[in-house]
Design a binder for this molecule. Structure first.
Ligand SMILES: Nc1ncnc2c1ncn2[C@@H]1O[C@H](COP(=O)(O)OP(=O)(O)O)[C@@H](O)[C@H]1O
Ligand SMILES: [Mg+2]
Length: 434
């Protein structure tokens, strides 16, 4: 697809190192993919190029699948030179393209690299760049393109500062908003703004580097969100959201139903009715068993949300993925009366946090989450989860973050920061009440 003027200006600049901080849906990945293909088509063949994203699922679904199809169409590559297991291919000009997740960046080590894209850079470990990629570019004088949405004052921010810095003559930086991208209509951005909290909007749409510090859930207010006796509104004939995060210690689930908020009958939101918390030696079937004990008479549909990576690698294991286990256990108790609502890949952590904070309190002062006072672990979690010094969720206390993570997958799925994001999810998100 032809690039927009803004995208083209970046793609065709001659800097060796480029850093693009842009709002969501600006077209960062589309631009980076196009640039990558142009580099691959260059007159000199026999090169090695890599496209990196934080996770395998992202790079496969957002870049690999798209490029395989295009490059086969253009006959730049023959089917036999594509390795789908390795996510690599050798073009007819001899250039080798590698697509990698950076979550185990050590596997990137190897021969030189002539060009690299690092997409969603804030979520790629800094060392993937400093220890692995940079040395590989050195021998070839290769170039790099870093793209991402700002996620605080992290290593991506550090790279972005090099553009205007005279000491880094080979570097250029750009900043652009979602609106600049031109792919999301202004009305939709305005609509989104009303559902978000202000910091979230400034970061996600206006591409500002925001210094989030301290509490992850800064809009959480137990005096407002916690409601005694909320469990009493449970309706067994209505859909029930079961939100999971897969861990052994503790095994957790948060369970809720959509409905009017206790403080505003006209405002629909999520009412968290109960939690499951198994401190040690938990397994996925045990979590479901505990859930079933709490809701033995459930007749409305059970909507399952959770950590998309729970279904990822484990398909190789004997037992099956965590979601297979969830399905087996649910089927036993509830027949087929459940749906999995899990995206292909997890949202970026910052997007999920922002979705939760916006749900807790938006720019209009609306609170869309109510939590039963007996959900003591969830309440504790909301109040205590902190950011680390890089602005990411501090995971150092193994007992924490799981319940808020679980709930966050659901909130993000049903209320992504931008409606257009739903298209990238496996199934279109329906209102919870469907
Ligand atoms: N040059 C382009 N031509 C047509 N559509 C585009 C172009 N760039 C972006 N888009 C559209 O905008 C959406 C967001 O683009 P994407 O590259 O995924 O954004 P980002 O990576 O910044 O979030 C894509 O789904 C695509 O439909
Ligand atoms: Mg992208």
């Amino acid at each position: 697809m032809p690039l927009s003027e803004r995208q083209e200006a970046i793609a065709s600049s001659s800097s060796r190192f480029k850093v693009v901080a842009a709002g969501r849906r600006f077209g960062k990945t589309t631009m980076a993919r196009a640039k990558f293909v142009r580099k691959a088509a260059g007159p000199v063949g026999n090169r090695r190029m890599a496209y990196l994203m934080p996770t395998y699922r992202q790079v496969r679904s957002l870049v690999w699948d798209f490029l395989v199809e295009r490059l086969l169409d253009k006959r730049w590559v023959l089917p036999r030179d594509i390795s789908r297991t390795d996510l690599s291919m050798t073009l007819r000009n001899g250039t080798k393209l590698l697509f990698r997740s950076a979550d185990n960046y050590d596997t990137l080590r190897g021969e030189g690299l002539d060009y690299v894209v690092m997409d969603e850079m804030p979520y790629i470990d800094e060392r993937a760049w400093t220890e692995v990629v940079r040395p590989m570019l050195a021998t070839t004088q290769g170039g790099a393109l870093f793209v991402g949405s700002p996620a605080g004052f992290d290593h991506f921010h550090g790279l972005h500062l090099r553009g205007p810095d005279e000491q880094f003559a080979n570097w250029s930086s750009w900043r652009a908003t979602t609106l600049d991208g031109g792919w999301v209509p202004q009305e939709e951005i305005e609509e989104a703004r009303l559902e978000l909290d202000e910091l979230t909007f400034r970061q996600e749409f206006e591409a500002n580097f925001i210094n989030f510090t301290g509490s992850v859930y800064y809009n959480w207010d137990p005096d407002q969100h916690v409601v005694r006796g909320l469990r009493g509104v449970y309706n067994k004939d209505k859909p029930l959201a079961l939100c999971l995060d897969f861990n052994r210690a503790p095994g957790v689930a948060a369970v809720g139903q959509e409905g009017p908020m206790p403080w505003d009958k006209n405002l629909m939101g999520l009412r968290v009715l109960s939690e499951v918390h198994i401190p040690r030696n938990s397994t996925t079937p045990r979590v479901i068993e505990e859930f079933a004990k709490q809701y033995p008479d459930q007749r409305g549909r059970i909507l399952v949300y959770g950590d998309a990576s729970g279904g990822a690698e484990s398909s190789k294991s004997v037992e099956g993925s965590d979601f297979d286990l969830v399905e087996a256990a649910l089927r036993q108790k509830y027949g087929r009366n459940y749906s999995l609502r899990v995206p292909k890949a997890n949202p970026m952590e910052r997007s999920r946090i922002n979705a939760v904070n916006s749900y807790l309190l938006n720019i209009q002062g609306q609170r869309r989450l109510a939590v039963d006072a007996d959900c003591t672990r969830l309440i504790q979690d909301f109040g205590s989860v902190k950011l680390d010094d890089k602005g990411k969720i501090d995971k150092s206390n193994p007992d924490q973050t799981h319940l808020t993570d679980a709930l966050g997958y659901m909130i993000h799925y049903c209320n992504p920061i931008l409606k257009a994001d739903r298209a990238e999810q496996r199934k279109v998100a329906l209102p919870l009440s469907m």
